[in-house]
Design a protein around this ligand. Structure first.
Ligand code: ZN
Length: 174
């Protein structure tokens, strides 16, 4: 089921999400996230971005594989994810966000992370992620803490995106 994506300016994006429990309607959450992500042709979407303040997000790299057959297709639902370890080496990558349409800026993040999460059957999985997978995981994980990629920009870049952010906020207030 495709649902509206929450846009910058909404206080929901700044809230802390709570753990998903076995009593939650997990299938409903994951279907909404996956369907909405596919429709928007994005590569990652977290609960708060569709108004669900639960610790769940989806990653689907298919849009990246369309123009580049060297990219690996990686599609997964992450429940109650945590980052166990961050690699010391960092990388720079231009990120965007479905909740911040029109804004793409370089963000520095560790290039590898060791993560733990639960799958749809609540099995615990530990995995080392690198490349684009590590990048998207960290971006989506931030959403569960109410953190947006614009918070991680250099002071100069923050000034440069200020007007675009104001426009988005005004659109939300209308
Ligand atoms: Zn995002």
């Amino acid at each position: 089921m495709v649902v509206p994506i929450v846009i910058y300016g909404s206080p929901v994006l700044r809230k802390h999400s709570i753990e998903v429990s076995e009593e939650d309607n997990l299938l409903n959450y994951s279907e909404k996230l996956s369907d909405t992500l596919k429709k928007a042709e994005g590569i990652g979407l977290a609960g708060p971005q569709i108004g669900i303040l639960k610790r769940i997000f989806v990653i689907d790299t298919s849009p990246l594989c369309e123009n580049d057959n060297t990219s690996e297709k990686y599609e997964r639902v992450f429940i109650n994810p945590i980052i166990l370890d961050r690699h010391k080496e960092v990388g720079i990558f231009a990120e965007g966000c479905l909740s911040l349409p029109g804004i793409y800026e370089d963000v520095t993040r560790p290039d590898k992370v060791l993560v733990r999460y639960q799958d749809m059957a609540f099995n615990t999985i530990e995995e080392e992620l690198d490349g684009i997978k590590a990048r998207i995981f960290q971006h989506e994980y931030d959403h569960l803490q109410g953190i947006l990629f614009i918070d991680r920009l250099s002071p100069l870049k923050k000034i440069l995106v200020k007007n675009k952010l104001r426009e988005l906020k005004n659109r939300y207030m209308e």
